[in-house]
Design a protein around this ligand. Structure first.
Ligand code: SF4
Length: 71
């Protein structure tokens, strides 16, 4: 993984899509909001982009190595 992933928990609607599709990278916290796991580095850049595009509330943010927001 070269890209960086963050979640805007203010936008997360707890749909569970990212957690279900990529359990190695995302999990719910105690408030049932998605968080990024340390193992997210095991996902490919394409998988991260797919996770962001599939988020119904656009809460998953992907940055490239320059810190530019991609999704
Ligand atoms: S897919 Fe988006 S809205 Fe759904 S749990 Fe993940 S971050 Fe939250």
């Amino acid at each position: 993984m070269a890209y960086w992933v963050e979640i805007d928990q203010d936008e997360c609607m707890s749909s569970g899509r990212c957690v279900a599709d990529y359990p190695a990278a995302f999990a719910f916290d105690d408030d049932e909001l998605a968080t990024v796991l340390p193992t997210s580095g095991n996902l490919t850049d394409q998988q991260l982009l797919r996770a962001a595009r599939n988020c119904p509330s656009r809460a998953i943010q992907i940055f490239d190595t320059d810190g530019t927001l991609l999704e």
